[in-house]
Design a protein around this ligand. Structure first.
Ligand code: CMP
Length: 142
């Protein structure tokens, strides 16, 4: 399986709960390495651009308000099959459906405040990484 990069975001609810370390530990213990990291607070407009693919969904406005409600930690993860592995570790979008032991099962409050975001394909990973980072910010371990 190929080495991939994927974008991970620790969302405002999980940052506020002080579980950044627990989430990163799960990535590292499962073979993913953090090769870039940046804490920032998005404006509602920036959140809207990041989630533009959802602009026609009924939850879009609330999602933009929530994602700009506090600081987030944006990271690039590197590893074998990183896109799918990160999504497996996160669990389902709705924490009620998430497998026990996943990040969302353990830390998410709701389908909106669901602790983490992860890219859903290698193509989207590339554009989502470019939203937050330049190539010079990435420090591959390979
Ligand atoms: P994320 O994986 O970051 O992708 C889109 C986000 O929209 C999702 O996590 C949730 O935070 C949010 N969201 C809010 N309501 C819904 C919903 N009904 N279905 C999917 N995503 C939702």
């Amino acid at each position: 399986m190929a080495i991939q990069h994927t974008l991970s975001i620790i969302k405002p609810d999980a940052v506020a709960k002080n579980v950044i370390g627990d989430i990163i530990r799960r990535f590292e213990e499962n073979g993913l390495s953090v090769i870039a990291a940046r804490m920032l607070r998005l404006s509602a407009e920036e959140a809207g651009r990041f989630y533009a693919v959802h602009k026609d969904r009924p939850f879009y406005k609330d999602l933009c308000a929530y994602m700009s409600s506090g600081p987030i930690l944006a990271m690039v993860l590197e590893g074998q099959n990183a896109v799918a592995l990160n999504r497996q570790l996160m669990g389902a979008t709705d924490p009620k459906q998430a497998e026990p032991g996943t990040i969302r099962a353990d830390h998410a409050d709701s389908i909106e405040a669901n602790a983490v975001h992860g890219s859903d394909s290698p193509e989207n990973a590339e554009s989502e990484i470019a939203f937050f980072f330049s190539d010079l910010d990435l420090h591959s371990r390979r």
